[in-house]
Design a protein around this ligand. Structure first.
Ligand code: FES
Ligand code: FES
Length: 207
């Protein structure tokens, strides 16, 4: 097997890891050296433009929690094994402890704090409450981010799809059955909202 074939696929424990910035499509293979020392970084976090100075070796979760005080994102293992730190990078769930902050440069980051629409919870957040899908709650922000990405992308998802989506998430409290039920309920709700019948004109609605 060649060295290229042995390269990691970019997916760890069910979570997509951000591709290296230089390999991203669209940036022309930018290979500028950043650092040493603090370097300027811009990104959009929960819809707001953010400009910070960070060491190039800083992970995304460190910037989110320590610099931006967005402590809803949790650190469990800090080595890509538990998915507690899952956030969205351009709508893709990533393990933010395995993502350099500079991998998020000029990209959109969504954390659990940015998932609700104002006072309206994301359907998955509401379903987690309705189905009692948490105990200590430590894994919950990451679980919600992965399940919400699935539901938004694929409201017709099956139980197997939900299991695959949370396959990298370690929950010591064993909330998986309720997480499955909550996510499927949220998916059904989103699917109903998106169905033409729910938005089209009423037929035979009566006087
Ligand atoms: S804290 Fe990132 S995967 Fe465990
Ligand atoms: S709810 Fe406690 S670790 Fe998952």
């Amino acid at each position: 097997m060649s060295a290229d074939q042995q390269k990691p696929s970019g997916t760890v424990s069910g979570t997509v890891i951000a591709p290296r910035d230089a390999e991203r499509k669209g940036n022309g293979g930018d290979r500028r050296v950043i650092g040493p020392g603090l370097a300027p970084l811009t990104m959009t976090v929960n819809g707001r433009a953010v400009a910070v100075h960070v060491d190039p070796g800083t992970t995304l979760v460190e910037v989110l929690r320590d610099t931006l005080q967005l402590t809803g994102t949790k650190i469990g293992c800090d080595r890509g094994a538990c998915s507690a730190c899952t956030v969205w990078l351009d709508d893709q769930p990533v393990a933010s402890c395995m993502t350099l902050a500079f991998d998020a440069r000029d990209r959109r980051v969504t954390t659990i704090e940015g998932l609700a629409d104002g006072d309206t919870l994301h359907p998955v957040q509401q379903a987690f409450i309705d189905h009692d899908a948490m105990q200590c709650g430590f894994c919950t922000p990451g679980m919600v981010m992965s399940c919400a990405a699935l539901v938004d992308r694929q409201p017709e998802c099956t139980l197997d799809d939900v299991k695959a989506a949370v396959s990298g998430h370690l929950c010591r409290c064993g909330t998986y059955p309720n997480v499955f039920a909550a996510t499927l309920a949220a998916a059904r709700a989103v699917g109903t909202q998106r169905s033409p019948a729910s938005t089209g004109p009423a037929i035979g609605g009566g006087a």
